[in-house]
Design a protein around this ligand. Structure first.
Ligand code: MN
Length: 735
């Protein structure tokens, strides 16, 4: 029974595919598509997706997206139907080439290679590079890959958590910008929203619900805005459609973050779009007529008018945008375009060719393909822009240099001669005195350039120093320098400790923890190591070290007292107790630390990430760095979750920013609430005020997200004009 209805559904979906691809099919195309469908059907027979559906639903859906949402033709539909066949089944490329020709086989080959590339453990940047090279062969590979990714994102809830995060991160990092670059706005927007849904589920749902809750009110406003325009447009005599369109959740959130606004203050949650059915040679005139109608009813903001009709964007986008003052003093964006421009805007260039009557099917697409390839091949700014949009400089990310023997070494861009020395050997790095580049002497901080031949000069007397950390970029060099500095510090500290122990003996006092704690508090240093190091370095005058006097002073007690009197600027390093976070499948106990960029606290969704040095850093899943890392190095993700056994008394630091309208005594109120009413330890507070507004930053000790949320709620309640948001403890480091 079930099988029969499934088979019926397969047939239904195949028919839908034929329906949406009708416009592009030439004679004989139908038979080819059928042949591809039948091959895919038999090759994937018995296979199922993670959702339990028959596997063939997937290639059918991908082919439909290609035809319907991008407007691709028969060759692409065939390739979409067969895109997983070579990778996942016994069918070979030769068979495909024999049945469908070399072009189809080449595209499938490209698709199979991309799939393979992403499975391997090589650095993701390398994968992207390969992917771009494939793109240069035939852009349809990338287009079909985008359709594939879109369908996978639409059905992502059937994946494991870890898989979801990896795919969603990769999508926002690579595929959405790619879709944007190719002018596929509808797909780009959907990919961004879907990615957000999995990377930041809470905020996504929150905005979604708020959008729903305010829908009726928004629609009422849109109706009142449209009404007078409609009357005038009717008189113009060009068929038109006018409607309000909600902006995407992703773009609303971006705006909230960029301008630091709550949802309620984002006014442009929608745009008005007027689409005209113009005659081909009257397009421009019609658009400008409509522009003048709209701006005579509502006053335009002259700074925010965009004319992409006279000069279309490089990805083919054409439209006229105006922002006008609507009823109730609200700015409203109005987009004016023709049906053809609208299709191009939504589906990219492929749609454009539908409107050229003279030429047919694939030859047009080839023309388009070669145009995109031209942009990519071009060595001028366009090509740079393109790569920039991936947020990484694939080809400028590394420098290639040579050893004196002519061996090639790859280092990250920005690496210095000192990085090179550590790259060759730790000892050579530690004893590095200087370097010769192409025979000329340069300082250690010299930034390497492509093709440099580097010779390192060493000295037995040289030792790593702290300022070296200012100009190395590789993690290898950084770790080794820090290690060496720490070793040196310990050596000095042990000399200091010997001296201190002597002092204790001479004064007939016990060298015990209690007394040491008192000294630590007295000198306002973080711990015994620092204390003995300073003594060893003679930074604390041994003659003035009057132990009896200091230890008798009752006003100083142990560490706990120094915490709230934060005047020393001392900040004990956040400990990692191995039982706060459970990593992986919890079969082995792994060491980890919390990433300083996002500083997770219990209650945050977290993910572990294995660094180059083999350490595990725990990030919040919505941390910008983590998203970036996950998309680049997906294979280094390790599952992480909070243990239920986080000790109740354990406190975590979290930073919040408070912004609002300045009012008298506000700082006092904030500190009162925090310390008196809520009895929370405040580690630091800073306020700045500017032109009647203020920006404040608090670092608080909390036990988990519930605790923090509660606090933020209390702070918000001080004044209705106050906005309180959680911010990273530190500014995220550049990667
Ligand atoms: Mn697929």
């Amino acid at each position: 029974m079930k099988e029969r209805s499934e088979n019926q559904e397969v047939v239904n979906r195949y028919r839908q595919l034929l329906r949406v691809s009708k416009w592009s099919r030439k004679k004989g195309d139908g038979a080819q598509i059928r042949k591809a469908f039948e091959l895919a059907l038999s090759a994937h027979e018995g296979m199922r997706r993670k959702s339990g559906e028959p596997y063939i639903f997937h290639p059918l859906a991908v082919a439909r997206i290609a035809a319907e949402e991008i407007g691709l033709g028969t060759t692409s539909i065939i390739c979409a139907l067969l895109h997983d066949v070579v990778e996942d089944t016994d069918t070979t490329l030769d068979e495909i080439s024999e049945m469908f020709g070399q072009k189809v086989a080449d595209i499938i080959d490209g698709l199979t290679k991309i799939a393979g590339v992403f499975e391997t453990n090589s650095p993701q940047a390398e994968n992207y590079r390969k992917m771009l090279l494939t793109l240069a062969n035939d852009v349809r590979v990338i287009l079909i890959k985008l359709c594939d990714r879109l369908h996978n994102m639409r059905t992502l809830e059937h994946m494991s958590d870890k898989g979801q995060l990896k795919i969603a991160s990769e999508t926002s990092f690579l595929y959405a910008p790619l879709a944007h670059r190719l002018g596929l706005y509808a797909i780009k927007t959907e990919l961004e929203d879907l990615s957000l849904k999995f990377v930041e589920p809470v905020i996504y749902q929150e905005i979604k619900q708020k959008l729903n809750a305010t829908k009726e009110q928004r629609n009422r406003y849109i109706r009142s805005f449209i009404k007078p325009i409609k009357i005038e447009l009717d008189n113009l005599g060009v068929p038109f459609e006018i409607k309000g369109r909600s902006k995407s959740i992703y773009s609303i959130l971006s705006k909230m973050r960029k301008k630091n606004l709550p949802f309620e203050d984002v006014y442009d949650l929608f745009a008005i779009r007027i689409t005209l059915d113009s005659k081909p040679d009257e397009e421009k005139m019609d658009c400008w007529n409509v522009y003048s109608i709209v701006t005579s009813i509502f006053k335009p903001n002259p700074d925010r008018m965009r004319d992409w009709i006279s000069i279309p964007k490089s990805n083919g986008y054409e439209s006229l945008h105006a922002t006008v003052m609507g009823p109730k003093g609200q700015w409203v964006e109005v987009q004016i375009r023709t049906r053809r421009m609208d299709e191009v805007a939504e589906k990219g260039y492929a749609a454009h060719w539908k409107y050229k009557e003279s030429s047919e099917g694939n030859s047009n697409l080839d023309e388009w393909v070669s145009r995109i390839r031209e942009v990519l091949d071009n060595q001028d700014t366009n090509a740079v822009d393109f790569i920039d949009e991936f947020k990484m400089n694939l080809f400028a990310e590394e420098v290639f240099v040579f050893t004196p023997n002519g061996d090639l070494r790859k280092l990250p861009k920005g690496a210095t001669a000192l990085d090179f020395a550590f790259e060759i050997h730790t000892e050579i790095g530690a004893k590095c005195l200087g370097a010769k580049i192409n025979g000329k002497l340069v300082p250690l901080s010299y930034e390497l350039r492509n093709g440099d031949q580097v010779e390192i000069l060493i000295s037995g007397k040289q030792k790593p120093s702290k300022d070296w950390l200012d100009f190395v970029v590789t993690s290898k060099a950084k770790t080794k320098i820090k290690q060496s500095l720490k070793d040196e510090k310990r050596a000095v500290a042990s000399l200091g400790k010997e001296a201190l122990e002597r002092k204790f003996r001479n004064a007939s006092l016990d060298y015990n923890q209690e007394n040491i704690n008192k000294l630590v508090a007295h000198f306002k240093v973080p711990d015994e190591l620092e204390l003995t190091y300073l003594i060893g370095k003679d930074k604390i005058d041994r003659e003035k070290l009057k132990l009896k006097v200091i230890l008798k002073d009752d006003s100083i007690s142990g560490r706990s007292g120094t915490r709230s009197s934060s005047g020393t600027g001392f900040d004990p390093n956040r400990k990692k107790s191995a039982d706060e976070i459970i990593l992986g499948d919890d079969t082995v106990e792994l060491e980890y630390s919390f990433a300083p960029c996002c500083n997770p606290i219990p209650g945050d969704k977290v993910v572990g990430f294995i660094t180059v040095g083999g350490e595990i850093k725990v990030h919040r899943t919505n941390c910008k760095n983590a998203v970036n890392l996950m998309s680049k190095y997906g294979y280094r993700i390790i599952k992480a979750q909070w243990s239920n056994e986080v000790p109740v008394l354990e406190q975590f630091e979290a930073a919040v920013s408070i912004t609002g309208v300045d009012s008298l005594g506000l700082v006092g109120k904030v500190t009162d609430i925090v310390s008196k009413e809520l009895k929370v330890n405040m580690k630091s507070i800073s306020f700045e005020s500017l032109d009647g507004t203020f920006v404040g930053r608090l670092i608080l000790e909390v036990s988990d997200t519930d605790h923090l949320d509660q606090l933020m709620k209390e702070l918000k309640s001080i004044d209705q004009h106050i906005d309180v948001t959680r911010v990273p403890l530190k500014e995220p480091e550049k990667l």
